[in-house]
Design a protein around this ligand. Structure first.
Ligand SMILES: *Cc1c(COP(=O)(O)O)cnc(C)c1O
Length: 477
């Protein structure tokens, strides 16, 4: 076995895979039954004999790659998962090989420094104060922003809400939850918010839903209603959560008005920007997040619109002290006061051993440059508007809302079953991969236009294919 020759085998296989996917030569999605894959990949035999290298490795990787869902295929329009820039994939390889668990500085000085740098880069995009490398808590009213990279936006949301809870009820770390805590959020929030409420011991029944308009967007004038109900029930809200953007249809809540309400009430304001915070990279689109700088915390996934491989999410706070105070537990072998040249992220995160996620984001940034990333975001958002203008003028289709991001929900004239059947047939044929979403009580088909090679022509071909599937194949009544 040789590392270098195996690496060359893998590199050649991936280059071929990329070419095939990009050219659309292979199905974008193909799902054989699991038993078939487990035996077809020869897993048990490799485990018993060992020696997965050279020729055997080459065959295995080829089979494995043929069992993947191809994100680099222009007909991949299904989920909000990045089509990764290869530079980010190289970073994942370097990180996997070096395995620097960088949550404490001495276990990965380069990785920790890069995380510090990219967190600062993100903070600056929000309009928060990047922190100096030597973080001493400043005197007076100077506030540094802060943040940490987590394995996913769900964990970032949880981390932000832990910080919010620690501010209002620090004694929970010793006494447990006081039982009268609550959360304010629109029903359109990502399920990780309700799940966080469960994990935090708040309970999903203590999530008070904010009033929204017919598009699911928060109505600022009606914020006092939900907050009033919460207070009348004798509860204390740890935070108010808004979407930037919502998961199903990709719309932004009016952050500035919400931030002003939260300031006036002394409420922690968390913005879930897992998908849509990347609009901050674009001068053309950053107005959608107007007011975000007045929030307390923000979740921002790099593995969605920043072309970074999974997982790489950031939880960012306006005031780094709130994140440093989030976890009140002690682990003295890690946290002892030590004279050291760098910063320990471990105090800011649920995780202990933590991958060097910053390298993935940084290498994409370094390859594309921030202008290149901004161009990408703008291209994808513009494509969604073009697709919307095209589809909404078709007599046999309708769109849910005018898109604000690269997410577009639409449906064929017909009932909910028709949408699901057409999607199922598309998926079985493997020429297109799209998802679905429930919105306003109806089933929509949903595009997340992540792939920089998807064009309006691909979407027109999708529409033609959907018509063919809806009309020519018998539908059970
Ligand atoms: C994707 C998404 C999440 C979850 O992030 P993961 O990285 O998938 O855990 C949370 N909130 C919103 C708004 C999202 O779009």
């Amino acid at each position: 076995m040789s590392f270098q020759s195996d690496l060359e085998i893998v590199a050649a296989a991936l280059a071929d895979y990329y070419r095939q996917s990009h050219a659309g030569e292979m199905p974008v999605i193909h799902q054989p039954p699991m038993e078939e894959l487990i035996s077809g990949l020869g897993l048990a035999a490799w485990v018993s004999t060992g020696g997965l290298s050279g020729e055997g490795l080459s065959e295995f990787v080829a089979k494995y790659l043929s069992s993947t869902t191809r994100l680099h295929h222009p007909a991949y329009m299904a989920h909000q998962v990045a089509v990764p820039h290869y530079a980010g994939a190289l970073a994942a390889l370097i990180d996997g090989f070096t395995n620097n668990a960088m949550a404490i500085y001495e276990m990965g000085p380069g990785a920790a420094s890069i995380e510090h740098f990219v967190v600062n880069w993100l903070l600056e995009k929000v309009g928060w104060q990047p922190a100096p490398a030597r973080l001493t808590h400043p005197a007076g009213d100077q506030t540094w922003g802060g943040g940490v990279l987590t394995h996913g936006g769900s964990l970032a949301n949880l981390t932000a809400l832990i910080a919010a809870r620690s501010r209002i009820a620090p004694q929970v770390w010793l006494d447990g939850s006081p039982g009268n805590l609550a959360l304010l959020a629109p029903a359109e929030s990502h399920y990780s918010i309700a799940r966080a409420a469960g994990i935090l011991g708040i309970g999903q029944n203590a999530v008070y839903h904010l009033a929204v308009d017919s598009r699911g967007v928060v109505i600022p004038d009606r914020l006092p209603e939900a907050y009033g109900r919460c207070r009348n029930d004798g509860r204390r809200a740890i935070a108010l959560v808004a979407n930037a953007c919502s998961t199903a249809v990709g719309l932004y809540d009016p952050l500035l008005e919400i931030a002003e309400f939260c300031r006036a009430q002394g409420l922690w304001f968390h913005v879930d920007g897992a998908h849509g915070a990347s609009a901050l990279l674009s001068e053309k689109h950053r107005h959608r997040l107007r007011g975000v700088e007045k929030a307390d915390s923000l979740t921002w996934d790099a593995h969605k619109l920043v072309r970074t491989p999974t997982l790489c999410a950031a939880v960012l706070v306006r005031d780094s002290r709130t994140l440093d105070g989030a976890f009140q537990q002690e682990a003295s072998y890690l946290f002892h006061e030590k004279e050291q040249p760098g910063f320990d992220f471990v105090e800011r995160t649920v995780e202990c051993t933590k991958a060097g996620l910053g390298l993935r984001l940084f290498m994409v940034l370094g390859a594309m440059g921030e202008r290149g990333l901004a161009d990408y975001v703008e291209r994808q958002f513009d494509l969604a508007v073009e697709a919307y203008e095209y589809i909404r003028h078709l007599p046999d289709f309708e769109c849910a809302v005018e898109p604000q991001t690269n997410i577009l929900c639409f449906r064929l004239a017909g009932d909910d079953d028709l949408q699901l059947q057409v999607r199922q047939r598309l998926t079985a044929l493997g020429a297109f991969y799209i998802s679905t979403a429930a919105f306003n009580g109806r089933r929509y088909l949903r595009l997340a236009l992540m792939n920089p090679d998807t064009s309006l022509d691909d979407i027109k071909r999708l529409v033609d294919e959907m018509r063919r599937l809806a009309n020519t194949e018998a539908r059970p009544q």
